[in-house]
Design a protein around this ligand. Structure first.
Ligand code: 0A1
Ligand code: ZN
Length: 881
């Protein structure tokens, strides 16, 4: 393991590689413990690099067996090689060939980076820097090579052999029980996109013809016996291919597109060229095992990885500082895809919930960083909500600023100008400048600084002049006075007591509002609407037009007007969320004046449900789902007391459950599927289930006994995992026999379904009661639990640290101790997962003093442990800085 203090890598130090590798021939002889890799590299000096520079190839945990330069063993003093690198001191100043033979042990590779085995299946993960664990290489994204890979393995153990690109040859190795396959990928790619797979796998496939007339075979490979759970993912690939053609004019470029599901994977999935490798959680689905949320996530992640084929693979990143170039853009693309496949309004709400739950707190804590970081010690710690989600918001703002037509033209230009290259954020923006003639240099500031900006808004109405003036002021926490203001697109409209004020005859008019968007480019600015007949309610940041916190001038009466009449669905939802947040924070701050407000809110929600619940159940479910405890903590910001937050949220759920009880019960009836209805995972059916289950949650909050009965009946009748799990989740909140019996029955029913048991682990980890820490410790010894499987760890310990605020933040520190122990136990085997788990401590400085001290001491205990990985060291250093 690497234990040295990691050097910091800085964007400002970037220089092109001194050498290039045009072609790579790999011969990989798979063996459980003694895999041999022979790499033949066609190298040459890079004209853009330093002439005569040594050749320094990266390596990590490698054993060198043989080395030849142009067919000759180099002189011993010409080379230095160890586990972490290979240097040729005086490489030839002309093209030359290196032949490198290394040995590795895939079974011992518990870090799941490089070549490893998952349930006996050989697979690889090379992003960000795993290829150097397979052979010595220039493991950096701006070195692009054409790969030919020969994979050999025992036929019995690995009948399926897959590589990047297209298959060119296959056969048996005479006189042995081994066979081989040769794959060739014609498109140059960086090493992080390399992949191979070997194992026993079942396959489902379907053909696709691209708009360019290419016949493509799409295939999904899964563990034997699970082919019937791969159909949804397979269809999702097909939908993604078709969508990228119509939405972005992007066609697929190989004859095969393969997806392989493996059960041990550090992240969600990986976009290796022509051979996407997935965490099986994001492939396998059946009504019996997957929730509606799982189906939606599968569709989104399949799309995400597929879309990388253009945004990431055809155009890749010059260096890892440009990670958002592929990730932010690809998240934006997958969000658009999901919005087109499902309800756009509901999807936007889900995107914003996710951004606020994960990115806002990150940006407000010690791990905050710019969307394009300026430095890193361990790049694998920068696959963050900021790079991904805030990165996507920047692309979305760009589209809002320049309009859809110019955005599409700019994307076409970006792909055309940068195809086959390793690009930068500047290259991206340049394409949009080229098609619009606009200067985007000020907009580029969004990439450069951490922190969520605030925009304070005030409104004033002049009845005599019939004008309404909105004034804006932007600030950025922690940004010095020298920080230039951001370019912030603000989606705007005015709403009156009876509906939107955009009547055709005399609409309110404001000179600088174009297509409903006002652009705030200075620290302060204002806009005046004319022709406004009566004091309006402003609908601000429609569709969440910028990732900012808004200090809004609205009171609850104004918000109720928006909930009723705003044509922007996002802001209708936002209005309800803000009212609920206000009521709950008032309770946390011990301001008891909120009672009448709560009654008004209940009445308004009742009217809303009567008018709309059956018309758009998915949206209604979002309106009923109160802001999370995390949202409240984020809103409160300092001296956080998770117990007070929990109590406030519980009390408001009780109030809603009491006040809306009859309606919720009859909605559940009205939304029940008639018996015998076949299961469909589509958005409409999922929306009906979501609303029924949101109703169950509130009913149970108000009346645990009734809730228990309903939940038990729902579990008994459930025809799908969504309803079964929602029943179990409701029961999990009510201590007692019924809960324990339901948990046991669930475990028994799914004893052989690891992905379903993950849900069972998670539900228990999220129980907001004193015994949960002890329960988790018990479950860590459950036969289905394994510290070596990232999904199990995330389900049991990750859910606890991220979704059980009262117990993770126990005042006695027992929650922190549990997570710290898990981090330390994992660090030796899988530092990436350990480091990610540790990020749960991020908000520690915002806690009230007792918990703050306990969290800090847990963090310090981790950081003081000798022999930590670079991954955990980096999180520890930054968390405590
Ligand atoms: N590029 C992938 C994410 C990814 C990053 C690192 C990994 O290493 C374990 C794996 C996957 C994506 O955006 O989906
Ligand atoms: Zn990605």
């Amino acid at each position: 393991m690497r234990t040295e203090t990691p050097p910091t890598v800085r964007l400002e130090d970037y220089r092109p590689s001194d050498h290039l590798i045009d072609r790579v021939e790999l011969d990989v002889r798979l063996d459980p413990h003694d895999t041999r890799v022979t790499a033949t590299l066609a190298l040459r000096p890079n004209p853009a690099g330093r002439a005569g520079a040594p050749l320094v190839l990266d390596g990590d945990d490698l054993t060198l067996l043989a080395l030849e330069l142009d067919g000759q063993a180099p002189a011993p003093d010409a080379v230095r090689a160890d586990a972490s690198g290979l240097t040729l001191h005086r490489p030839p100043q002309r093209p030359f060939t290196l032949r490198i033979e290394t040995r590795l042990d895939p079974t011992a590779n518990t870090r799941l980076m490089g070549l490893y085995r998952s349930n006996g299946v050989y697979c690889t993960q090379c992003e960000a820097d795993g290829f150097r664990r397979i052979t010595y290489f220039l493991d950096r994204p701006d070195v692009l090579s054409v790969y030919t890979t020969r994979i050999e393995a025992e036929r019995e153990a690995a009948p399926v052999l897959l590589g990047n690109g297209n298959p060119v040859e296959a056969g048996t190795v005479p006189g042995t029980d081994r066979h081989y396959a040769v794959w060739h990928d014609p498109l140059p790619k960086p090493a992080y996109l390399f992949a191979l797979v070997g194992g026993r796998l079942d396959r489902v496939a379907k053909p696709f013809t691209t708009m360019e007339g290419r016949a493509v075979e799409i295939a999904v490979y899964v563990e034997p016996g699970k082919a019937d759970r791969a159909a949804y993912a397979l269809d999702a690939v097909e939908r993604s291919m078709a969508w990228d053609e119509t939405a972005f004019g992007r066609a697929y470029d190989l004859d095969l597109f393969n997806v392989v599901a493996v059960s041990d994977f550090n992240m969600g999935a990986m976009e290796n060229k022509g051979l996407n490798i997935f965490n099986d959680k994001y492939v396998l689905a059946s009504p019996e095992t997957a929730t509606d949320g799982d189906y939606a996530a599968i569709e989104a992640i399949i799309a995400h990885e597929y879309f990388h084929n253009w945004s990431g693979n055809r155009v890749t990143c010059r260096d890892w500082f440009q990670l958002c170039l592929k990730e932010g853009l690809t998240v934006f693309r997958d969000q658009e895809f999901s919005s087109d496949m499902r309800s756009r309004a509901v999807h936007r709400i889900a995107e914003v919930r996710n951004l606020r739950a994960r990115q806002f707190p990150e940006d407000a804590g010690p791990l905050a960083h710019p969307v394009r970081p300026k430095q890193y010690a361990e790049i694998n710690n920068f696959y963050t909500a900021t790079v991904y989600e805030k990165g996507a918001e920047i692309v979305r703002m760009l589209r809002t600023l320049i309009g859809e037509t110019a955005f599409r033209a700019g994307m076409d230009r970006y792909f055309a100008d940068n195809d086959g290259t390793a690009a930068t954020v500047e290259d991206f923006l340049k394409a949009f400048e080229a098609v619009t003639g606009r200067d985007l240099s000020r907009f580029a500031e969004w990439y450069e600084r951490p922190g969520t900006p605030r925009v304070a808004v005030s409104g004033s109405y002049d009845p005599a002049a019939r004008t309404y003036r909105l004034a804006f002021r932007q600030t950025r926490p922690g940004a010095g006075a020298d920080a230039p203001p951001l370019v912030i697109p603000i989606g705007l409209g005015l709403v009156g007591p009876d509906g939107p004020l955009d009547g055709p005859l005399a609409p309110p008019f404001a000179e600088r509002v174009e297509d409903g968007v006002f652009v705030l480019e200075t620290a302060e600015d204002a806009v005046t609407f004319e022709n406004v007949a009566a004091e309006p309610v402003p609908s601000l940041f429609r569709a969440f037009s910028a990732p900012v916190r808004v200090e809004s001038p609205l009171d609850d009466a104004a918000r109720l007007t928006l909930l009723r009449h705003d044509p922007d669905s996002f802001n209708r939802w936002e209005a309800a969320q803000r009212i609920a947040l206000g009521l709950m924070t008032a309770q946390v701050r011990d301001e008891t004046a909120g009672d009448a407000g709560a009654d008004d809110f209940v009445v308004a929600l009742g009217a809303f449900l009567d008018a709309e619940a059956l018309r758009d159940p998915a949206f209604a479910a979002q309106v009923l789902a109160l802001p999370s405890e995390g949202d409240l903590a984020d809103e409160i910001g300092t001296e956080i007391d998770p117990d007070a937050i929990f109590a406030a949220r519980r009390d408001l759920r009780r109030r809603l459950g009491t006040g809306l009880r009859e309606r919720l019960l009859s909605l559940r009836e009205a939304l029940a599927e008639p018996e015998g209805t076949p299961f469909s995972p589509d958005a409409a059916a999922a929306g009906r289930r979501a609303l029924r289950n949101a109703a169950l949650d509130l009913i149970a909050a108000a009346d645990p006994e009734a809730g228990t009965a309903l939940a038990q009946a729902q579990i008994a009748q459930a025809t799908n995992m969504t309803d079964r799990l929602a029943g179990l989740a409701a029961l999990a909140l009510v201590p007692g026999e019924a809960r324990e019996a339901a948990l046991s029955a669930f475990a028994e029913r799914y004893a052989n379904e690891p992905l379903v048991l993950d849900k069972w682990f998670a539900i228990q980890a999220m129980i907001p009661e004193d015994g949960t820490v002890e329960r988790i410790r018990r479950l860590q010894g459950h036969p289905a639990f394994a510290n070596t499987n990232p999904n199990r760890v995330r389900s049991l310990v990750g859910s606890f640290s991220l979704a059980n605020p009262t117990q993770f933040n126990r005042a006695d520190g027992a929650g922190y101790a549990l997570v710290a122990e898990t981090v330390l136990a994992l660090d030796g085997t899988n530092p990436q997962v350990a480091a990610r788990l540790m990020t749960a401590f991020g908000p520690w400085r915002r806690l009230e003093p007792v918990r703050r001290a306990a969290a800090e001491s847990a963090l310090r205990r981790i950081a003081a442990t000798p022999g930590l990985s670079r991954d955990v060291t980096d999180i520890g250093t930054r968390s405590l800085a």
